[in-house]
Ligand binder design. Sequence first.
Ligand SMILES: [Zn+2]
Ligand SMILES: [Zn+2]
Length: 453
Amino acid sequence: MDKVVNPRSVLHALQPLGLGSAQVESLLSYFCRLAASHSTSTVSLSREVARRFEHDVEEQFDWFQRQISGIGDSALTWSSALSALTSIPMLDRLTFLPWRNVIAQSGFPIVSKGQFCPHCLAEDRVNGGTPYFRLAWESKAVTVCHTHHVRLEQHCPCCYKDNVRHAAALVVPGWCTKCGAFLGRDVSQASTDHAIEPVELWRARQMHEMLRVQQQFAHNPRRSALVDAIQHIIAEMDGGQGTRFAKRVGISKGTVHYWLQSNKLPTLEISMQVASQSGIGVVQLLTGDTAHWKPPSQEPQLTLFKAQDRKRGPQREIDWNEVEQQLKTYLHQPNPMPVREVSKQLDIETRFLYLKCNQTARQIGQRWLTHQKHRRQVRLAKAMPYLEAAGRDVLKEGKALNLREVTTRVPAEVLSGVQGLYEVLRDVKSRVGHPSAAASNDCTESPKPGLAR
Ligand SMILES: [Zn+2]
Ligand SMILES: [Zn+2]
């Protein structure tokens, strides 16, 4: 119990970024920066939160599996826990919680792999700010950047791996958690992505508006206002007939009845559908603001929310000789690339590349592996002087050489480039030795490579 009362280790009062605007930081981003500002790992900080709020948060979990920026109980627990520990009020504004009374908790999907806009991250840095993850990026409904009109990305531009944004013990928002490369990119560097659908921009705009207004809420939207708005729309557009309205927006007739008669809530997806079909904004719908809404004079585009066919187009003839030539070009280009990335760019499955152009595909793969290994060595060599200096420091102070001690002494950007940090620390320990080893004149102590500087 003392741990709750004792104010000794309250966390830094770190200011959230983008507060008050639609560019607001996500709680997940805030949490990562908080860990970094305490020179600790996200894992240790999540344990600390769990320890202090043990009745609410279980200890055995991967923090990044939790939807801490979402609309459910994890978001509630974590935003209040971090508000309590940092003394920064209203951290629920870094989550989607303000919409909790009008969107079903199970109906607000959060992305499982962190997505990001490379241009937003690059601009943060150019403007002298701290790169951070926007709350908008956490919603599955958002696939493009409202500001830059580009598709959000999941892959590192350098090592091409995905899930590189935050699922790691050591996170510096904006840098790849696998290879340490910066995830941002200047707007002049175009992406290779496919065209963006108008519906994607529409969704991003709706979310942008939601985040903008939620920063100013005096009271969070209420369910009764939403129900009134839906009833108003049904009355104006379909003469009060729920069945006709349900058909119009492409949902089952039972669903509409369900919202109006029981205390169930629509999912975000369905509210977006209702908004797009009636021409009201999602914010106006959810907040019950129908004062300026008029029923659309012409039929809205019913195709807007038809399930999108993301499958590849009709079967095409592939000229394998030509593919072979293209693969040779990839093989000899200055920057090595993994086969899966080549496959993506050629729009041909990896398996077929190995089947039809086996030798060249394997050469591309091998070249990539060698390149990766080399890069790891270079990064490690760069980090080693820092790690050794930190190791000597820690041992001189008579402490144990562990991740926590090292992160307080080595810049996070240097550390984030090191793979297998625990292994590496063991190596560092044997390199710098123990102070008592020097005193004991033990000649069997292994030589210390690479120490001459
Ligand atoms: Zn952007
Ligand atoms: Zn990377």
